[in-house]
Structures are given as structure tokens and as C-alpha cells.
Design a protein around this ligand. Structure first.
Ligand code: ZN
Length: 166
């Protein structure tokens, strides 16, 4: 019942997500070009989550919690969720994957997020340092996510790979 009530709170559905307090918008597609919708609401148990609702790929955002984050961190977090969709993690069986497999997928989404934002040209060095600082302090709330230190190290190394690519 609680779950049903939570879903009813997801009132806004859009395919262009305007981050709170930012001048830019972000969109998300799967690798086959399918548009990923963004829904905002509360009570789904996380700040943001990638999922499917009625077969439709969705990023769920809790705007209250998200608005407390620095704008660069908001963008990275949204792109991390997009990465799960783009990389097909849910279809690959995220829910029943082993801890090691889940952690690998989380790091893959972390990498995807920073590389996409860098390519979009919306991050300066200060923004990157802000993201690295916040990520490094992320608490390991579950076994699916590696420690913040490991994740920040991953983000940093993915960024260097972006710089070297054409
Ligand atoms: Zn994730």
C-alpha cells in the first residue's frame, strides 16, 4: 500500500529534466535512442533511481533531496542514473546480480556520468573537484555501491580517459 501511495506522488513526467536551480537541462536516452522519462516524487526510498514503469524507462528524482546538492553534483547524479539505462543494466539483471556485478555496474554508471558531462562541456575544473569531493564522502549504504573513495577514484580515472580521447 505504501508503495502505491508513493507512486501516486510521481505527478510530473517529462523527457527533459531541468535540474533545480540550474540554467541547463539534461536529457537521457538508452543506447537504442529510446527516450528515458524523468519523474519527480517522494517516498521511493532514494534520492534518485533508474527503473521501468509500465515498460517505460524512467529516472525517478526526489526534488527535495536533490535540490540540497550542488548543481554539478545534481547533474552527475542524474547522469549516473541515465548511465544505468544507457548501459542496459536493468535488462542485464541488476536486481538479481551478485554484489561484485552490482558494484561493477555502479562504477560503470559513475564513469558514464562524468564522461557525458565532460563531453557536454558543462563542467569546469571547480565543478569536477566538487563532484569528486562529494562522491568520495558518499556513505556505503548498501553492498551494491562501492565505497565513496573507490567511486571517486573511478570518476577521476574515467575523466582522464575522456581528456585523452578525441
Ligand atoms: Zn547507481
Amino acid at each position: 500500500m505504501l508503495k502505491l501511495i508513493s507512486l501516486l506522488l510521481l505527478l510530473i513526467s517529462t523527457n527533459v529534466y531541468s535540474l533545480p536551480q540550474t540554467p541547463f537541462t539534461l536529457t537521457c536516452t538508452k543506447s537504442n535512442g529510446a527516450v528515458v522519462q524523468t519523474m519527480t516524487g517522494a517516498g521511493f526510498g532514494d534520492i534518485a533511481q533508474s527503473t521501468f514503469i509500465n515498460g517505460m524507462p524512467v529516472i525517478m528524482i526526489d526534488p527535495y533531496h536533490v535540490s540540497k546538492l550542488n548543481i554539478s553534483v545534481q547533474a552527475w547524479m542524474y547522469s549516473h542514473e541515465c548511465g544505468h539505462h544507457y548501459l542496459g543494466h536493468i535488462e542485464k539483471g541488476y536486481s538479481w546480480a551478485t554484489t561484485a556485478q552490482k558494484q561493477a555496474m555502479e562504477l560503470e554508471a559513475d564513469c558514464y556520468a562524468i564522461q557525458v558531462l565532460r563531453r557536454l562541456g558543462i563542467l569546469n575544473n571547480h565543478d569536477v573537484n566538487m563532484i569528486l569531493g562529494v562522491v568520495s564522502r558518499l556513505k556505503q549504504n548498501d553492498l551494491a555501491h562501492p565505497s565513496g573513495i573507490v567511486r571517486a577514484s573511478q570518476v577521476s580515472s574515467c575523466l582522464n580517459k575522456t581528456n585523452g580521447a578525441s
